[in-house]
Design a protein around this ligand. Structure first.
Ligand SMILES: NC(=O)c1ccc[n+]([C@@H]2O[C@H](COP(=O)([O-])OP(=O)(O)OC[C@H]3O[C@@H](n4cnc5c(N)ncnc54)[C@H](OP(=O)(O)O)[C@@H]3O)[C@@H](O)[C@H]2O)c1
Length: 292
């Protein structure tokens, strides 16, 4: 395989992955949309390429042909398809196709599972438009992978938290939380652990394989915010019923609270041999926030 690595959508997770790869001597290019996003890459010593995934002309002769690509750019904000992924796939065929691609999807593609344990064998059942766009991207990449002989590996990741990604502002703004008893189970992963999962998936995943990615410690969204409040020394927000929440919470927040799953991460641990640095929220928060 060509030694060059291309990270399409080199934002927070992409930069964490790039740092791990560069530490092991790999040659990495990060693709971003805007010139402003090139500055943090330059600071981290990551070569950048400014290109818009919506513009086929920008995607001629991408680095990564015959090599490894991480595709981390999110789908657009509306609709039920991912045109960016389609444009990327159309531009990377034949000699321009990579050998292997790791895609970040979300656990949202499973839809509401009524709190049940979700394995990679659980059928996808995307219900929100956001989840449908992700599932469309997964399917587009899988079909392209089969047609072009690209080994596509899909990571269905849960909520990502870590330094710079803790929603302290929600607590400072006094947003209410859903009552603890009504708050459904959900899952998380620390951003640095997720980055090492991405690298391990690229090294050990097989063509067509799907991995659930989570720390394996389900908790509720309310528990998550209460733990952050305690850690930073902010007052515990008021708790409200689901009926009240439907009146005051944003549709996005409500969509997180009306789907419930417990992600099974055993395939990730056993097949990829990942040793989590932050297997619990308490350990992960400690590494993400200064104590209040
Ligand atoms: N937050 C969560 O808990 C969660 C859960 C599951 C999955 N995810 C997904 O995980 C992935 C990585 O997350 P992240 O935090 O690293 O995201 P991020 O920091 O927002 O990075 C996304 C990157 O994609 C690039 N991008 C977006 N649209 C583009 C376009 N049209 N053309 C070229 N580049 C484009 C952005 O470039 P610019 O900076 O130049 O715009 C940015 O570098 C995302 O797909 C995210 O949706 C997140």
């Amino acid at each position: 395989m060509n030694d060059e690595v291309l990270i399409v959508g080199c934002g927070d997770i992409g930069q964490r992955v790039a740092r791990l790869l560069m530490a092991s001597g790999r040659d990495v290019t990060g693709l971003i949309r805007s010139e402003e996003s090139a500055a943090p890459l330059a600071e981290a010593g990551i070569r950048s390429l400014v290109a818009n995934l919506n513009d086929p002309d920008d995607l001629q002769k991408l680095p990564g042909a015959g090599g490894l690509v991480f595709y981390f750019a999110p789908p657009p904000g509306g609709g039920i398809t991912d045109p960016k992924v389609r444009t990327f796939c159309a531009a990377t065929t034949g000699a321009n196709a990579p050998k292997r691609l790791v895609y970040i999807s979300t656990s949202g593609v499973y839809g509401d599972c009524g709190g049940a344990l979700v394995t990679e064998e659980t059928p996808a059942n995307p219900q929100t438009s956001r989840a449908k766009r992700r599932y469309d991207a997964e399917q587009t990449l899988q079909q392209w992978g089969e047609a072009q002989g690209v080994e596509v590996i899909i990571l269905r990741v849960t909520g990502i938290y870590g330094p710079g990604r803790i929603p302290v502002f929600r607590l400072q703004d006094g947003h209410p939380l859903l009552r603890l008893e009504e708050s459904p189970p959900t899952n998380r992963i620390h951003a640095d652990d997720f980055a090492q999962v991405c690298v391990a998936a690229a090294e050990k995943g097989a063509a067509g394989e799907i991995f659930n990615v989570s720390d394996g410690q389900p908790g509720t969204m309310t528990e998550y915010f209460l733990a952050i409040a305690e850690w930073v020394g902010l007052p515990r927000p008021p708790q409200i019923s689901m009926d009240e929440a439907k009146k005051v919470m944003t549709p996005l927040m409500l969509s997180y609270l009306t789907e419930s799953r417990r992600m099974d991460n055993r395939r990730m641990l056993s097949r990829l041999g990942v040793k989590l640095r932050y297997p619990t929220l308490a350990e992960g928060l400690k590494a993400s926030l200064p104590q209040g």
